[in-house]
Design a protein around this ligand. Structure first.
Ligand code: AMP
Length: 223
């Protein structure tokens, strides 16, 4: 099974993706994390992607498509995987279908009003070492500025600064939101309210996943 999480930046895709990974043992693939790693390692791909990421724009489709293509053929993806941040436009969605055609999929939109998203992004801190996500008003670290998992330093993501947030939101509404209609037409789309507590949102997401898994089993059962 393939689970695609869609939602504006800060809607909780990363957090919910990690919980899904733990519950169903599907690896979470975040193109943002993969790109940040390339940038940190100063690879040629990272150098190409960095300028767009700093501005809050989308990195070239060929780059992200290649990253996903290489990742989903790994052994741990055989049973399924969760995509966080990919596809981000219709072309990427088409490429995904081409590269992994027969895998049943479900698309879950985590929906949140814009003002809540901006508030959340400004309060978000990530660990510079392990990538754990915190929020100054929600999941706080035990010690201020220090990751409770690994002791790494917590930082504000370069692209969570106000000007860049505005640009990322624009990009989301212009390029990524049209995917909702695209997936609706394919009858793969489900919408979940993302405003509640993390665990409450996760419960709703699990019931959606399990409903779809049950339907899938039924469709595959011998008659
Ligand atoms: P994220 O962590 O998903 O918010 O992604 C951070 C940044 O990485 C985005 O603002 C984009 O610059 C870039 N990025 C991540 N995923 C994609 C994608 N599927 N297509 C293009 N750019 C991406």
């Amino acid at each position: 099974m393939r689970i695609i999480l869609i939602g504006p930046p800060g809607s909780g895709k990363g957090t919910q993706g990690k919980l899904i990974q733990k519950r169903y043992s599907f690896p979470k693939i975040s193109t943002g994390d993969l790109l940040r790693q390339e940038v940190a390692e100063r690879t040629s791909l990272g150098k190409k992607a960095e300028a767009q990421m700093r501005k809050g724009g989308l990195v070239d489709d060929e780059i992200v498509v290649e990253l996903v293509k290489e990742r989903i053929v790994k052994d741990d993806c055989r049973q399924g995987y969760v995509l966080d941040g990919f596809p981000r436009n219709i072309l990427q969605a088409q490429k995904l279908e081409e590269m992994d055609r027969n895998r049943p999929g479900i698309v879950i939109e985590i929906h949140l009003p814009e003002e809540v998203i901006i508030e959340r992004l400004l309060a978000r801190r990530i660990c510079s070492e392990c990538g754990a996500i915190y929020n100054l008003f929600g999941t706080k670290p035990q010690e201020e500025g220090i990751c409770s998992n690994c002791g790494g330093k917590l930082i504000l993501r370069e692209d969570d600064k106000p000007d860049v947030i505005r640009e990322r939101m624009k990009v989301y509404y212009r390029q990524t939101e049209p995917l909702i209609n695209y997936f609706k037409q394919k009858r793969m789309y489900r919408r979940v309210d993302g405003t509640g507590e993390i665990q409450a949102v996760f419960c709703v997401i699990c019931s959606v996943i399990e409903e779809d898994m049950a339907k899938l089993k039924e469709a595959q059962a011998p008659r």
